[in-house]
Design a protein around this ligand. Sequence first.
Ligand SMILES: Cc1cc2nc3c(=O)[nH]c(=O)nc-3n(C[C@H](O)[C@H](O)[C@H](O)COP(=O)(O)OP(=O)(O)OC[C@H]3O[C@@H](n4cnc5c(N)ncnc54)[C@H](O)[C@@H]3O)c2cc1C
Length: 807
Amino acid sequence: MKTQTRVVVIGGGIAGCSTLYHLTREGWDDVMLLERDELTSGTTWHSAAQVTNFGLTQTMVGLKSHSIALYKDLAEDPEYPINYHHGDGGLRLANTEAQLEGYRHFASMARGMGVEFEVIDAAECARRHPLISTENLLGGLWDPLDGDIDPAQLCQALARRARAAGAEVHRNTPVTGLTQHADHSWTVHTSKGDIRAEIVVNAAGYRVNEVGVMMGVHHPVASMEHQYFLTEPIPAIREADRRMPLIRCPISDFYCRQEKDGLLVGFYEQDCRTWGMDGIDPNFVNALCPDDLDRVTDVLEGAFARMPALMEVGIRTVINGPITYTIDGAPLVGPIPGKRNAYCIIGLRAGLGEGGGHGWLLAQQIVHGEACYDTWVIDPRRFTGHGNVELTALKAIEDYQNEFRFHFPHEHRAAGRPIKTTPLTPILAAEGAHFDVVNGWERIAYIKPAPDFEEAHTFRFNETFNIVAGEVTSVQTAAGLTEVNGFNRLELSGRDVHSFLDRMICGRMPQRPGQVGLAYLLNHQGMLKSEATIANLPDGRVWYGSAAASECHDFDWLTQHLRPGEDVQIRSLTNDLTILVLAGPRARAVLSAASRGDWSAEAFPWLSVREAFIGIAPATVMSVSFSGELAYEIHVPNNQLYAAYLALREAGKAHDLRLFGSRAVDSMRIEKGYLHWKADILTEFDPFETGLDRFVQLAKADFVGREGLRARAEQGPARRLVTLEIDCTHAPSHSGASVSHGSSVIGTVTSADWGHRVGKNLAFAFVDAAHSELGSVLAVDVLGLPVAATVVPRCSYDPEATRVRAR
Ligand SMILES: Cc1cc2nc3c(=O)[nH]c(=O)nc-3n(C[C@H](O)[C@H](O)[C@H](O)COP(=O)(O)OP(=O)(O)OC[C@H]3O[C@@H](n4cnc5c(N)ncnc54)[C@H](O)[C@@H]3O)c2cc1C
């Protein structure tokens, strides 16, 4: 065994084997995999091993397509062929129109990744799967490439190819400890001696947190018991001239595939349970949990009704094994927050289908710093400290119970709420606030018209349309107040703050004390990494503000770029302060009534920051706006937030001040052409493609990403972000929807909403540069069906920005 290597991958399931193989594919052959027992002796060996193409985001569809292509290639390798039933096809069933509309949207999204799904009616479902009943069935989504694979052969094939490329694989070699050194490299302690490695990867499956402890981190991953059974042979299958397709059923929470001449049927029961919460027996190897089919009787009945043939055959075997879940159902693949040279590929609940793709994207990140897709949906840094053991367990249970039920737009499920609140949360709730969840924070979405008001979950415009319109009108005509909690706020101080930040952003730093500016950070390839509001406080401190979910991501990116000896201190104020946003033409009058001082446009112009009191509460006030109206962001310490709120409400009485929420903000920001990080601002595009040219100073002496961006600028943009006006009123488009020209898909929607002030159905989309000219007529998928859409100017409302500068 080598004692020095570039990367040690810990764990020999599909996650570890795929990572190792892809590292060699990316050109790194000095890499090792250490497995405590035999390869695949964790969850992988007993997996139902279905491989599907369906995903809720383009990144998931893309990585699954990679798995499918890779597995096909491995299966056809004459030297080591493996069993892969490729292309049996699969059905996701639906018994409501709303589910079918969702499927149509996801089919549109997949089309943009070159993947063709079909949405079909119940009779066609039954034609494609002769064993199902059409009782209580409306239709389904057909995924032509679904199939299943032999998990042990798959891992062996990956390990075999990795070894052939120079990698080492060591079985029966448990990692027992990890020590990190000052240069960020690691000593990996094993039962067979120590290994020095530049980088470590946690791929330890359900033992993820045993390895987490070794590096002093807790990963928000919990295991659930999960059962399937195998039936005796079924005559109709034996006699069929083709293999049965897969089934995934959100109506009765089961899945099913053919296994030999019988069926494999798995369940997601409501009476589910976590596993290993109080530690895992070290001898749980190649092992299963005790069968407990009594627990699944609720879903068993539905499965039997859908597939009557099941009632006529015996059960051959029951498998019950641990399966890992995270807080939001997607795995954690990428850099470990707060650590250097440490990555993970964990929380895989569909690891056989997805593992090929996850290992591919992780290896790219390790070798190149970034993957070919924006990987935020699987980024381990997307949870910021609230992913504790208990919350993770609650969300894992909820997610398991809803395995095949996708989230509708604005659907935020109940488990583990509230986890992050401010002193205002109960006050706003008493005022009738409905909350959406943003990175764990309960954030006001709108004020309900009645305490028992509930909105329908749908891809169409729903009952909130007029509520949001009313809130927008009050912000446009008088004054509105809202709370933006959890906004990431880093405070930078020290002699070198300005030169450091100047190097980190691609544009110009705000120069004067008291000045605020918007800035963009690039990765080393010149692609968009982060967006920040930079505020020069009068005493030399600088505030760096960014989206709530960016807290760990941006903190790590900044701290990793500090040079030795640079005098910069960075501390997070995110959990200490909350923003009250005061917006509308009467906002200045409200502020002047609540706070001493001259708030005139001359004394406190657009893009200024100053410290003040709001009533008796100390606050840092910025004149910035995400709504396009005259507005102030008022940053208040949480322990005095209520005092500031009371002062503003009192001052607002004379100015018709009303509460508004994030849904109104979303409508207004899209009219203004303002972007959301990780919706519209993605690492797949550079600032020129994103239309942020005015925030780039290519002539600057140095900044992170400069060389990459220069090279890209010479090539010219492949795609451009445009604003589209969609010619319909019944539904918005949604993130991921395809944009087409003729019969070709030429773009993808990043975010969309109704613009209430301009009365237009708007969307942002990246489209091929050739179709990005103003006035181009394209088609956008709405509920999966093409609707005419025209490229319009980025800003539809007050393009001269007269309202934010109003006197
Ligand atoms: C019943 C069931 C059915 C499933 N069906 C499907 C399906 O149809 N399709 C699908 O895509 N997915 C399915 N899954 C999920 C899928 O099997 C898992 O997502 C996948 O196997 C996880 O792989 P892994 O590599 O992350 O973890 P594991 O397979 O658990 O591998 C982790 C490895 O790390 C090793 N390890 C742990 N600690 C250490 C250490 N300290 N040192 C060295 N090695 C260590 C372990 O021994 C283990 O071999 C199913 C899961 C279950 C339980």
